[in-house]
Structure formats: C-alpha cells, structure tokens
Write a protein of this length. Structure first.
Lengths: 208, 208, 208, 208
DNA sequence: TATGAATGAGCATTCATTCAT
DNA sequence: GATGAATGAATGCTCATTCAT
C-alpha cells in the first residue's frame, strides 16, 4: 500500500494558496537554517504561522513536504536548462553549458544547505513511498543539449556522456556552494565546471 | 560542549574485539538493507546478536557508529589511492587515475546504499558534534597525484583542478553504483569517469 | 547551559488548565503513595489520566514537575505565615508562632511523605538546573516576625535566631507528621514546637 | 519477600576487609562529591579500584551500600553521645549538650552533602526492604541525657521533650554544615544550637 | 476551515546485576 | 576470589498524526 505524498488537495481560493506557499517557504527555511533534525511538522507550522492542523489540510504527511520542495526545485532547474536551450539562445556548446551552470549556481546559492538535505531526505524514502516523478528528466535535457550541439560533441556513447555530464554538473554545483575551495570566486568555479564538461565532450573518448 | 563520538573504550580481549566488529558489521548491514529510518541502536544490537548495553559499552552514542563507519570507509579510500600512487605503480596519469577509479568502484560496489546514507548522516551532525577528522584528506591525495604527473597536467590552477577532480570522481563513482545508466557494464563507467578526469586535466583551461 | 524547569507553555483554555492540574495532582499522589522510585513521567501521566505527550506539553522535563510542586508548597507556606502576621491578627509572639505552627502542621498533615520526598528531590538537582527561586524566603518571613514582636525577643543576634527558628520549625513540623512520638496528639506536638521556639526567643542568649 | 541489605559475607581475611573498606570509602566519596545521580555500583567500584564483581561479593545490592554507610554514621553518632555522657564527663546539662553538639558538628563537617543524601536514600527504601535497625536509638540516648540531668530539666513531658530535642539538634547540625547563615563561625552556630535546646529544657513548659 | 490539545508508539540511553573466564 | 564483558528491563523524552472544538 503506497503512501500518498502528493498534495492532499488543490487549493483553489487565494487564501489557501497563500497558506500552502507559507508552509513551503517555512519548510525550506527550517531545513536550511535549522537542519533536518529540527524539521518537524510542528516546527514548520509554527514558522509558517499556521497550526499543524492546517499543514495536514494540505499535505497528507511530512514526506509530502519534501516531495513538494523537491518538485519545486526540479521545476526550477528545468526552467534554467530550458532557457539555456531556447532557440537561438546560445550559439556554441560552451555558451549553452555556461548558461546552464550559471543558472544552476544562482539557483543553489541562496539555500545551499536546503538542497543537500532535500536530496537525502528524498532519496531515503521508503520503497513503499511512490515518489511521483516530477516530470523533470535531467537525462532528457542533457541529451537534448548534446543532440543540438552534436557537431561539437566528440564522445562516442552519447547516452553515457549524458549520464556523466548530468552527475558531474550536479555534484560540482553543489560542491561549489557547499564546499568551495578557498579564495576562488564563483566565476572561477563556474569556469572550472564548464571546463570539465567541455573538455570531456570535445575530446574523442578512449576506444574501449 | 561537544558530543563525544570517539570509541568509548578500547576492546582489549579478543571477545570484545569480536563484539565491536559484529556491531560495526551490523550497523553497515542495517544502513544498507533497511535504511536510515531503521537504523536504531536497538536494531543494530539485535542484528549484531548482542545487547544494546554492549553496544553502548563501546560506542558512546548512535552517532559514534556513523563516525566509526565513516572513518573506516575513509581509511579504505585512503588505501586505494595510496596504492595507486605507490612508487612506480603507474607510468602515466591515465593509468594512475584508472587505478584509483577502479579501486573506488570496487570499494563501493558491495554496499552502495551504505555509502550514500553514511555521507548524509555524517554531514547532518549537529555543530556540537565534534566529528574527528579521519586524517583522510582527499584534496591532499589528489594534489599529490597531480604534482607527480605534472607533465601531463595542463590546467593552470592546480588547486582548483584538485577540487573539481575530487568532487567529480566521488560523485561519478557513487552514481555508478547507485544510478548507473542502463545496460552499461562497470568497465564502461570506469572508462567514462577516467575520460572526464583526463580530458579535463590534459586540456589547457580556458583563460578566464 | 542551564536546564529549563519552568512551565513550557501557559495553558489558556479551560481544558488545558484541567490537564495541568490533573498532572500536578497525580505527581503529588505518586510521590506520596508510591515513592520517588515510582515517580516516572509515564506513571504520573497514567495516574493523571493523560498521555505522556500531554505531560511534556506543559512540563519540559521531569524536574519541572518537582519544581512546580515545590513552588506550590512554598506559596502555601508563604500564605500561612502571611496570615499569621497579618495586622492585628495576633497580639503576642506566642500567639503568632502558634498560628504559624498550626498552619504548617495542617499543610503537611495530608501528604507528609510528599514533602519529605519533594525536599530531597529538589535539593538533589544538578547544579546545571536553574531552579527558580519561588519568591518564598522563609528567612525574611521569620525576620519580619521577630522584628514585629521585638519587645518579646531577647536573643542578641536576631539574624542568627531567624536561622535557628526557621530550621527548627521546619524540622519539627516534618517530624510531627512523619515520625511523631507515640501517643501524642497533634495539639501536644504543636505545643512542644511553640515551646521550643518561644523559650529560645524569650531567654537572653548565652554570651559568646 | 524482603530484600537483603545486610553485608553479604563477613570478610575474614585482611585483604577482604581492605576491599570492603575501600568500597565504603568510595561510596561515601561518590555520594559526597558526585551526587546521588552518579552513585552507581559501577562508579563506586571504579573509584574503589575494584571490579563491580568484587563489590557484589560483599554487598548483595546497591541498597546494602547505603545501609552500611548509614549504619557507620549511626555508630559514630552513638559514640559521640556516649562520650558526652560518660560518667563525670560533664557536670552540667549545658556542658553535656554542648559536647554532643560539638561532636556532631565535627562529625558532619567533612562530608556534609553525604549525610543529607544518605538520609534520603535510606528513607526512600521500599517498604519491602527491611533496613535493619542499627541499634542506634537516639531517643534512648537523649532520654538518658535528660534523666541524668533531671535536676536541670523543667519540661513536664520528658518523652516529648526527647523527641523535640533529638529532631531539633539533628536538623540544626545539618543546617549548620549545609546552609549556615552568612558570616557566622561554627562556634556561634554551636552556641545557638545549645541555646535552643537549653532554653527549652530549662523553662517550664506551657500548660496545655 | 482553522486550531492546537492530545495521543502513544518508538527511540536513545542507563545501570543494577550476572556469570564465564 | 577477582574480573569486567554482557545483559535487558526500564526510563525520559520526541514527534507524526488525529480530532474535538
């Protein structure tokens, strides 16, 4: 029996939407500033300025909060990448990748802790919980990116490359905001991330 | 006031050492197979076949188990890298990196879930917990690697490169055992990881 | 870092106040009838007919129960003494002391065991516990008493006398309800206590 | 079924006696310096420099430690009073009482905390525990004192007076070492205690 | 709808006591 | 006798969730 994690009901009135919004903002705030230990439904409700009961009116359980936040973040990333791939937005692969990296860094800069915690909480759900796919398939996005700039991509196995690039960018963006090397500006980190990706994509892969 | 997480007492008798070992094995097993939610001291003791009391005889609290496991893993990784860098072990940078990647993949293959969970639990400790540094500084290792093969390294900022490489390898190794792309063998993933690293290190970085 | 022992939240609704009251009554009952060993938060909640959770809603920890009970008792004693010292209440020192002793005996008669246990538990708090002063300073009360009836008091060191009287009355009242001598009625004990105090205060103290 | 609290076995060899002694000294030390919370059999054994097993060789359970310490203290008090009442030791009642008070103060001065804690622990034993009477009956002692100096005693009910005196002295001696008034020397406290007792005994009691 | 008091299963941790060595 | 590793029942406390008002 799967546990429901989708929002309990769609808020239709403006007031309800405001409540849902307040709860999600509070959830993110608690996760970011107080850590996952403090992330209790009562605390979130308190920070949101509503009662626990109201929280449960819109979210069937605690996990639903995580799912909602995760989903939001996924959509934001989707937008970032979509913008970078918009028709005619960027002439070269490097420019496109740079745009994506810049967008992701910006999206993670404000609440770095949040995204690390979110990721783990989301991953540690019971198998029984059917975390609905948010419709954001990063693979697809990266594949689109590689296809669109196929001329500049030398790697033989494009699917494998998409896997490597997706995980590399994700990890380096997180590292950039959570454990940046001493004394480097964000621009330098952005450059390094782009370099890693570009060097890989531009050079013919080892015969194997 | 820091929370102690170091081992409570050094087991001297053979019996005690066996107990400590059983507890750590059980802790890893629970984390791997039952997830962090099931990771309770009572459950760990049960799986280890000892009483909770015995667990607390050697570990001052639950976090100490995480620290011990994390520490063990850190030492193992240290060994893997150390071996790959041993004098005359590998002639080229590619061979050295491949050896490291192969060793890390092997070390993560058996209990992939464990390492993901471990990482998060370790990271989510309170500030108050003084997690002792395990003495394993991956930066230093990577820097050593780059220095030793300086001739093959083109990147201008070697420190920044060490940061990028360390995080990239770490992330891709984890991804390889946790979310591998469909139908690729481990050898192919190893190759891709090495390619990402090598391409980056071998190509002159963007002026920036 | 002090341990908080003050009430966690002020009960506002009538229902909450009833709960708090039930918990305190249960706490006193358990202490009195089952002893300090049985004084567990679960037991108190059970006797109060509420869940442990409710107990913790109003008392941050077990010690807070002791503090609350101690505080209550202190206020009651304060009232007893205050009444005995009210303007024009008693013409002579003997009458005033007798009124105080009578009031204290009455206040301790119902739950003698409770007050003994309470006293020890309260005294045995960790240094770290910041037991708030209940505002009941018996010294001050006794000093007031002696000052008001200064004409009948012969002791040279009035401060010292206050110390002696306070501790004597306290001890004898407790002894009267906990370990009374065989076959004496309460009136006789009251008389003896008053005699001890009066004789001391009325007779010029030894030169020393 | 009563719980045994008497010493488990009489140590006959010198070594055993030394062990028992070490354990009791350690018990007193822990109670005095670390409080009743820290008073665990393991801690006592550790401080005594023996193993828990050895502790249980001589004391059937934790309570037996309390009983033994209580017993020791009782015997010491008995000796103090006995000395003060020895034939021809003191000519007047005041001198005898002063000797008793001085002896008791001295006996409590070193480990004041110990005696407070001891008293409560001893009192809070389960009914089921048959704490053996140590043979020290303070009433008898005080009655002997009053009888011997009958000429100076004016109180009508000598039994009642013994009760009052015994409890008063006990309480004031404890208060003198635990909560002495500011700036008074021990001599002054001793004087005050003697004054309280003497004034009471010397003055004809109220008709009642 | 909103509230927040109430619930109680569950978890980390302690400690008196035993017993194999 | 002595040791100290092992035991496990018991305790203080938390927090997701419910439901009467």
């Amino acid at each position: 029996m799967d546990k429901r994690v989708d929002a309990r009901k769609q808020p239709r009135q403006a007031r309800s939407q405001a409540t849902v919004e307040a709860i999600l903002v509070a959830a993110a705030r608690v996760l970011e500033r107080e850590g996952s230990r403090a992330f209790t439904t009562n605390r979130v409700a308190e920070v949101a300025g509503v009662s626990v009961g109201s929280l449960y009116q819109y979210f069937p359980n605690k996990e639903a909060l995580i799912v909602a936040l995760h989903d939001r973040h996924g959509r934001a990333m989707h937008r970032v990448i979509g913008d970078a791939l918009a028709d005619g937005a960027h002439a070269t692969l490097r420019e496109a990748v740079a745009a994506v990296v810049r967008g992701m860094l910006a999206a993670h800069a404000d609440e770095p802790e949040l995204h690390r915690v979110l990721e783990h909480e989301y991953a540690s759900f019971d198998e029984r919980t059917s975390a609905p796919d948010t419709g954001f398939d990063i693979y697809r996005e990266v594949r689109r990116l590689l296809r669109r700039h196929a001329g500049e991509v030398r790697v033989a196995d494009r699917e494998l490359a998409a896997w490597a690039v997706a995980h590399t960018v994700h990890a380096l963006v997180h590292a950039a905001v959570l454990e940046p090397p001493r004394r480097r500006r964000r621009g330098a980190l952005e450059g390094a991330i782009v370099d890693v990706v570009l060097a890989y994509l531009a050079v013919p892969s080892t015969s194997r």
